[in-house]
Design a protein around this ligand. Sequence first.
Ligand code: SAH
Length: 513
Amino acid sequence: MQATGMVFLVGAGPGDLGLVTLRAKELIRTADVLVYDYLVHPDLVDWVKSTCEVVYVGKKAGFHSMPQEDIEGLLVRHAKAGHQVVRLKGGDPYVFGRGGEEARALAAGGIPFEVVPGVTSALAAGAYAGIPLTQRNTSASLVLVTGHEDPTKHELQVDWARLGGLQNTTLAIYMGMSRLSDIAAKLQEGGLAATTPAAVVQWASLGRQRSVTGTVASIASLAAEAGLQAPAIVFIGDVVRHQKNVDWFENLALFGRRIVVTRTRSGNSVLRNKLQQLGAEVVELPLINVVPDVPRETLVEVFSELGTYDWIVFTSANGVRIFFEHFNQAYPDIRALGLLRFACVGEATAAEIEKYQIAVECQPEVATASALADALIATGSLDSAKVITVTGNRNRDVLVQKLEAARAIVDTLPLYRTEKLDLSQHAAAHDFRERGADAVLFASSSAAQAFVDQAEALELAPGARQPQFGSMGPQTSATLRELNLPVDFESAAPGLDALIEALIESLAQQIDP
Ligand code: SAH
């Protein structure tokens, strides 16, 4: 008989990946089965190991895609099969998350379990919308209350009139959007002054966060006018008055902006993180698929002579990743790399190399293959040097030609090919077509080319926001123009920070012409 597994009821926090607990991250990484729903950020799901079975049991407001009993049955069944099961829930599992019911079902089934708390959405909404939830002179208590009352489910009735009579209290209402005007009226009937400040915070902690502020009398119509819906927290209480003074998040330079980054040969997480730090909603469009395609014989040859090369050159983070997957299989010890010197192009590529505690000795300021060749030549070390370049199938020969002209002996190791990705069903592409964006950033010529190759799948719906196009530098701009795309802004210097500076400047000009 197989040993019984275990179930972890884990809070995933309100959305921002940085607000996930360390315990949650560790459990997601090692789970055999991951069960998650609608409010869990989809990027968390990318942390699972490759053999993990991922089950979506999502509910959208009013629509339960899997009944609660079935979810409980699923957890018990997988645990009995000996699996480590992570049940991931938005916010905290024990705050309006039905975690208590799941825990009871597990206990009844004799299944061992652990509960990992998460940052509940009211706390995140307060922090990210500039609303302290308690305040020495204005609010001495905080009530977390559900506005969702579905008589068919025999839920408890909330006594709103009584809550309206509480003094010096902050109300944080979950699931209250569909009945907001009704709730506000009942609170006032219970004695709450019509002028009591109120706010609605939708998608708290994410780049797509929106909030409105008013009074308990006006908040329902203000929220409706602004188009705010679930998921949102409604705050009612004097603490809302503080908002303008301490709203660090909504005052960020890119807050409220939708920025598209293209994901081509390498992941764009460095750029994405920088944009999110500035409050932007980042839409990551994967335009091509990277398929490992490793020529066995070449790989064996290269590995057998690894100690004889002077330089190894990477042109993408994917190349680095696939190279090390094979290297780690072949060698248990990083020192098999000997004194090999590392060169690369692009910040994401360098970041991937640095993950292995390896210093990049040569990286051009401008992220092009030609600049990389020039930078290597400038080291003065190429005459008769042995160089291995790790590439994809689309890489242009300019790098190899220039290195050979500088009398280097160059071997190439292509490790992957790129394919056009089918975007018709892709969620991010769908979102882009429907809503558009404020800007699209192109970090390379190949990204521009891939964008044009996908033009049909990226055609904007009527009413979608028309983006500006921004480029990383002169070479990418030239490619954009060749492809008949506009260049609305270009970074003035190499590197992602300069690109972001150009973006902010260009967007600012757009609002005040
Ligand atoms: N267990 C969750 C609550 C689930 S109930 C938690 O602890 O946060 C679902 C409700 O949570 C939504 O209707 C909304 O009121 C709130 N909510 C969840 N995520 C939110 C977010 N990012 N921003 C605002 N409200 C959110």
